[in-house]
Ligand binder design. Structure first.
Ligand code: GTP
Ligand code: MG
Length: 447
């Protein structure tokens, strides 16, 4: 499937550490071991050895681990040289391995080989990268669940159901005289419904996983002096944005990353929206509007005190300018000064000054972005997985519409086929080489 040359790379981060590990994978492993550490150690048994250069001089010493193919991470012969983690000494070790005929691994190439040798499927390989990159304990736990195959198992079980249905439908096409009976069978309709339901559940779960991995962006928007920057600082727990009593304080876009139940949330503070004459402020408002258009969600901040008389109209006016009709939350700020009698859904009373209501605001944001607070059983997922699931379910929904139409056997079969194709992209069964290249290239070297 690919050129079986030997690759090597530093598997630990480049820097100073107690231990540094150089990984070698491919057919030259035995030669590298013999030249550098005297002989090939027994597979999976740690050996303490000197690491030698071409002249036989010791460059480092440490543990050597040999994993005989196919019982290794990549499925090939693998050698791990565990020396001392200094950049110079590690470079000497890598240089010697290169001298012996290996080449430097490309980013993600070890994982790619593991995938190509069927040691894991694509979503599992991605989960390794996600585990390493995870920014919260929830993300790490979810990545581990994906790595252990929980996501793939669900996808594969749906694919299995699809294949069974395809066999049935395609057989009915091949025997046209019986086609009518075949395709009228209510079982087809039931099976289709079950599959749609299963994919729907998986979209919900994968959505949570994608949220943990990809996070969301939330822009704080409102009139000048509403308290956007004050709320920003409450949410970040830091003095992130400048706050003054002067309307029009914030001009630049201010970004800060926080975590909400493990979900990375990029908060974006912006200039207060108003028409002014000051060119600096005009530019600030232009940037604010751009951020509002790009963000996943908008946190609309309202100054209760300034809008005692026209609160509803003021909120409606702000909401009318938002690009995504559904994706907003309203913070009714300065509740320490005045409170309305009635608070609607998607609104929360808060005071950036006293801190009251900030926890409610966090909870409302979590709810607003579709986060289920219990991440139990969640597995990590990527936007590309969600996209594949969406395309899969769309095919099946079209298939449902065809069911009952006796002449539509071929069309139904085609929809089932494209659903299987879409789901197969998740595990890598039907993934183009280009996409594979892009996915693995986003991993770091040594993975
Ligand atoms: N009483 C009270 N004052 C607040 C509250 N939140 C903010 N303020 C005050 O309101 C003023 C404006 O606050 P900012 O956070 O700068 O408002 P902003 O929306 O960022 O304003 P611009 O950057 O000018 O658009 C400051 O004097 C804050 O101290 C609150 O909850 N209660
Ligand atoms: Mg501000």
């Amino acid at each position: 499937m690919y050129e079986k040359d030997t690759i090597t790379a530093l598997a630990t981060p480049l820097g100073k550490g107690g231990i540094g590990v150089v990984r070698v994978s491919g057919p030259l492993v035995e030669l590298v071991a013999k030249e550098m550490v005297g002989e090939l150690p027994k597979s999976r048994v740690a050996a303490y050895r000197n690491f030698l250069d071409a002249q036989g001089t010791v460059i480092d010493q440490g543990l050597v681990l040999y994993f005989k193919a196919p019982n290794s991470f990549t499925g090939e012969d693998v050698l791990e040289l565990q020396g001392h983690g200094g950049p110079v000494v590690m470079n000497l070790v890598v240089a010697r391995v290169l001298e012996l005929g290996a080449r430097l691994a490309k980013p993600g190439e070890f994982s790619e080989r593991a995938f190509l040798n069927d040691k894991m499927d694509l979503s599992q390989a991605e989960a390794i990268a996600d585990l390493i990159d995870s920014a919260s304990s929830q993300a790490a736990k979810s990545a581990l669940r994906s790595l252990q195959g929980e996501f793939s198992k669900k996808v594969n079980s749906i694919i299995k159901g699809l294949i069974e249905l395809r066999v049935y439908v395609e057989a009915s096409i091949d025997f046209p005289e019986e086609e009518i009976d075949f395709l009228d069978n209510p079982k087809i309709g039931e099976d289709l419904d079950t599959l749609v339901e299963k994919i729907d559940q998986l979209i919900e779960q994968a959505g949570q996983g994608a949220l943990l991995r990809e996070g969301v962006s939330i822009v704080l928007a409102g009139r000048p002096n509403a308290g956007k920057s004050s709320l920003m600082n409450c949410l970040t727990g830091q003095d992130t944005s400048i706050v003054t009593e002067i309307a029009g304080t914030t001009r630049d876009v201010v970004n800060e990353l926080i975590h909400l139940e493990g979900v990375p949330v990029r908060l974006i503070d912006t200039a207060g929206l108003r028409k002014g004459n000051n060119p600096v402020e005009i530019e600030g408002v232009r940037r604010a509007e751009k951020e509002i258009a790009l963000a996943d969600y908008v946190l609309v901040v309202v100054d209760l005190n300034a809008h005692r008389l026209d609160l509803t109209a003021h909120i409606d006016e702000l909401l009318a300018t938002l690009p995504k009709v559904e994706n907003y939350i309203v913070a009714l700020n300065k509740a320490d000064l005045w409170q309305p009698e009635h608070v609607s859904e998607k609104q929360v009373l808060v005071s950036a000054k006293t801190g009251k209501g900030v926890d409610d605001l966090r909870a409302l944001i979590a709810e607003g972005i579709g986060l289920r607070v219990s991440s139990e059983g969640t597995f990590i997922a990527r936007a590309r997985h969600l996209d594949a699931l969406q395309r899969g379910i769309q095919s099946l929904v079209r298939g449902q519409a065809l069911f009952g139409n006796n002449t539509a056997g071929e069309l139904l079969a085609e929809e089932l086929r494209s659903c299987q194709q879409a789901l197969g992209e998740i595990t890598g069964e039907f993934t183009s080489d280009d996409l594979l290249g892009t996915i693995f290239a986003s991993f770091c070297i040594g993975k």
